[in-house]
Design a protein around this ligand. Sequence first.
Ligand code: E4P
Length: 217
Amino acid sequence: MKFFIDTANLSHIKEANDLGILDGVTTNPSLMAREGIQGKKAVMEHYAAICELVNGPISAEVLSDNSHDMLLEAEELAEIHENIVVKVPITLDGLKVIKNLSERRIATNCTLIFTAGQALLAAKAGATYVSPFLGRLDDVSAQGIVLVEHIRHIFDSYLYDTQILAASVRSSAHITQCASAGADVVTAPLEPIIGLIKHPLTTQGLEIFKKDSVHLK
Ligand code: E4P
């Protein structure tokens, strides 16, 4: 399973990249706004800075809601760097954009997926990735991980090569659940990624070994 970091924060991206386990980055308009980025020029420069930091797919989301403008935006985003993946919402206009970009071999990430039917449409349109939002489903008393399993079953049954990019991940446990459910990629903030390494018995074991090694050096 590939690991993407879900942030536009450059120091978090660098920290995860330095661990040697990072395969890519996802952003969204809220994450960009959180970094205080304002205006198109600053947005484009920020994506370019992320592409300089990480050698892997970098999702950059379109902001328009009609297919004509989305396509123009997608072309501009794709020109920033060859690793840019154009993130497009699952709407009727978005679907047309995904189809158009896929025919031109421009990578896409279909976002805001909350049902298997939406994922199926995106895959048929030729999306490179679909992003089911686990945490937001959990927030409304549904089971996000069940959606990942459902999409996995459909994609395997019909041999779609669209990759399942599990998103809206809120915890380290979510990450391992995504791995069990067959997600191709998980995208998570830095904290749940780093949280995977923590265990009190590891910390305790290290302290014991340190104490016992005093006379061995
Ligand atoms: C997906 O790519 C989105 O950027 C993100 O995972 C949404 O997460 P949230 O529900 O925590 O905002």
